[in-house]
Design a protein around this ligand. Structure first.
Ligand SMILES: Nc1ncnc2c1ncn2[C@@H]1O[C@H](COP(=O)(O)OP(=O)(O)O)[C@@H](O)[C@H]1O
Ligand SMILES: [Mg+2]
Length: 649
């Protein structure tokens, strides 16, 4: 049997209808006509539509020989004519950073190297001929000519080897002003800035419209005024190196308002990890710190916050932190007599001595003024208090039980000349304030985020409590070295007493050794800066942020931070979250921005908080309803939320 080699197809052949040529032509022209009509109709329809173009287009554009008028404002284009022999990187930065409205465009036209080489060869030939004729004539040497020849020879080498390429480079700047006078003034300003760098610019003449068009973001060069340049100087014209404040790793602090770049930093990579923030109330200090806290937690940094307004609770809950309420009524206690477990190679004697000094600082804040005799008595009494609990230079610090305030009281009562001190201390051991300092520590700091709330403390007790909380934190920090940040919000409380100011300063100075960065936030700028310790804290903080300032504080701020007049106004008029950020010796205008989710966690806007609370309650109610039918294991969520409610949010 024969097998067919080609596959057989059973598809019947399609019969195309046979049309005459005349018919085809007729149909084609009818289709064309119909299409033209539709297009025409669409054109008419589109003419009646309002587009974005119509909305943003100026109502009037008047062209004059050297400037143009755009509605109510005036504009003019300047172009660069020549450049000097040497040009430094970032030469264009002063123009970019000028706080004026300008449009800048740069055009780069690559040129074929072989054409340029031919021209250069001719030039160098001419110059060499000149040189030789000078020598023959016995004329003195011409350094200008020699330099030019050297430059050209070097360029010829680089072009031939492909190290450099050749471009024609055009740079136009269009400036705008409200009046003609302002326009002239701005023109001179820009010409002066460029002239200072030996770059000569000119304003357009009878080409105002072409100038305007050439600086529109449409990439059309209607002026065509270019300058020959090789790669290196062209590269130095790259404009966006202005006020750059960014490192390769770290967290986002905000947006650089000069050029919309990101301000990223790892504060632990600077010479110290301390940070100060100054601003008036409501300028966004706590908000920016909360953002930093959230973002740093993600990088595994441990954070401890002292919260005087109870505004970190929501954030703390959300990330599963420990919230410790310190007040007379609270069950949480901190004993100022605690000792750190061990500190590097410090001996037990050193540790006890430093604890006695710290405690004396605390007692001075508690008692107000004390005399020199009383100081000596306290010194002795404190050492005896420790000794009464067997805390001596020979003791093993991991096994001791620290004394409490009552033990000091007993020692003072038995000491000669200590009657008055003992009476003063009574208030803190048996009197109204007994709840706060007279018991062993029962708080736990084993969490990545720990917040101490001091809102419910009486004003009189606050500096004292802050002092003991910070001592406690300092002990924990020295016992185990870890990457940590300590945030002290509204730190001016601590500056009101010399002893606590001194203590914070010592902390800020020494914390680098323990991998700790201290953040101090304050709204009472003058008080803070007028204290010598406050000033020293500022100089010992590598990161600094200034947000909106009150007119009363601005002069002080301007002196200390060496601000320009422009920066001063920026701080007086800035919106919420806007200010100046300093890192080391660089600074830039910043805007602190949060994502929606971050904002929900950190806002302290009462309206937003009410909304969040309402949403929580609704969630709770719904969860409760579901709960009636759900498995018992799912009860966890509603319980947790009612826990949150107890804490007052
Ligand atoms: N960068 C910001 N973006 C949006 N809202 C902000 C920003 N900074 C602060 N806020 C809002 O402004 C208000 C005041 O901020 P807050 O940080 O509490 O001020 P401060 O601590 O300086 O007194 C709050 O309602 C806060 O939510
Ligand atoms: Mg605040």
């Amino acid at each position: 049997m024969a097998i067919p080699l080609t596959p057989q197809t059973n598809i019947p052949e399609q019969k195309a209808p046979v049309l005459s040529t005349a018919e085809i032509k007729r149909r084609e022209s009818a289709a064309l006509k119909a299409e033209t009509i539709t297009l025409e109709e669409e054109k008419i329809y589109r003419r009646g539509l309002v587009e974005i173009k119509d909305l943003i287009a100026p109502a009037a554009f008047e062209v004059k020989p050297t400037y143009f008028r755009l509605n109510e404002s005036y504009g003019r284009t300047l172009f660069v004519l020549t450049y000097p022999r040497y040009i430094s990187v970032g030469w264009f930065t002063p123009i970019i950073n000028l706080s004026k409205t300008l449009d800048v465009s740069m055009f780069f036209y690559p040129t074929r190297s072989d054409l340029i080489l031919k021209q250069l060869k001719k030039r160098v030939g001419n110059m060499q001929a000149q040189l030789m004729s000078d020598v023959e004539k016995g004329a003195p040497r011409d350094p200008m000519l020699e330099t030019a020849i050297n430059d050209i020879e070097k360029l010829r080498d680089d072009l031939t080897q492909g190290i450099e390429k050749f471009f024609q480079y055009a740079l136009y700047v269009t400036i705008y002003a409200d009046t003609l006078d302002d326009l002239e003034e701005l023109t001179s300003e820009i010409e002066a800035i460029l002239g200072g760098k030996l770059i000569y610019s000119k304003k357009v003449f009878y080409q105002a419209e072409q100038g305007f068009n050439s600086t529109l973001p449409i990439g059309i060069d209607e002026l065509m005024i270019s300058f020959n340049m090789n790669t290196s100087p062209v590269a130095s014209s790259f404009p966006f190196i202005s006020s750059e404040l960014s490192s390769d790793n770290g967290i986002l602090y905000g947006i650089n308002r000069h050029n919309n770049s990101l301000i990223l930093f790892d504060r632990f990579s600077l010479q110290n990890a301390n940070y100060v923030i100054f601003a008036t109330s409501g300028a966004g200090k706590s908000y920016s710190i909360k953002l930093e806290v959230l973002r740093s937690l993600m990088l595994g940094v441990d954070i401890i916050i002292i919260d005087p307004e109870r505004e970190y609770l929501h954030l703390c809950e959300a990330v599963g932190g420990t919230y410790i309420d310190i007040s007379l009524a609270s069950k949480n206690k901190i004993n100022p007599y605690d000792l750190p477990r061990s500190i590097g190679d410090a001996t037990t004697e050193d540790i006890i001595r430093s604890a006695v000094i710290t405690l004396k600082g605390l007692l001075k804040i508690m008692f107000g003024q004390i005399t020199v005799e009383e100081d000596a008595i306290l010194d002795r009494a404190l050492i005896e208090t420790y000794a009464s609990k067997d805390v001596t230079p020979q003791a093993d610090l991991s096994k001791i039980e620290a004394p409490v305030m009552q033990d000091l009281q007993s020692i003072l009562e038995g000491m000669e000349g200590a009657r008055e001190l003992s009476l003063k201390l009574n208030k803190y051991t048996r009197g109204t304030f007994a709840g706060l300092f007279n018991q062993p520590t029962n708080v736990d700091m084993k969490n990545q985020l720990v917040v101490f709330s001091v809102r419910d403390l009486e004003d009189e007790l606050r500096p004292i409590a802050l002092y003991s909380i910070i001592t406690y934190i300092w002990n924990v920090i020295r016992s185990e070295i870890k990457k940590r940040i300590l945030v002290i919000d509204e730190a001016w409380w601590l500056m009101t007493h010399e002893d606590s100011a001194k203590f914070i300063f010592a902390l800020v100075k020494r914390c680098r050794k323990y991998y700790l960065g201290v953040t101090t936030i304050t709204q009472d700028v003058n008080d803070f800066l007028n204290s010598p310790y406050g000033k020293a804290i500022v100089t010992n903080s590598a990161l600094q942020m200034l947000l909106r300032q009150s007119p009363a504080a601005i002069d002080n701020i301007q002196d200390i931070f060496l601000l320009t007049q422009g920066e001063k106004y920026l701080l007086l008029e800035g919106g919420v979250g806007e200010g100046i950020f300093f890192a080391g010796n660089k600074h830039a205008a910043i805007k602190v921005v949060a994502s929606y989710n971050e904002d929900q966690l950190i806002t302290s806007d009462p309206r937003q908080l009410l909304e969040i609370e309402a949403a929580k309650r609704q969630f709770e109610a719904e969860a409760g309803k579901e709960d009636e039918t759900a498995e018992p294991a799912e009860e966890v969520l509603p319980k947790k939320i009612s826990g949150v409610k107890e804490m007052g949010i």
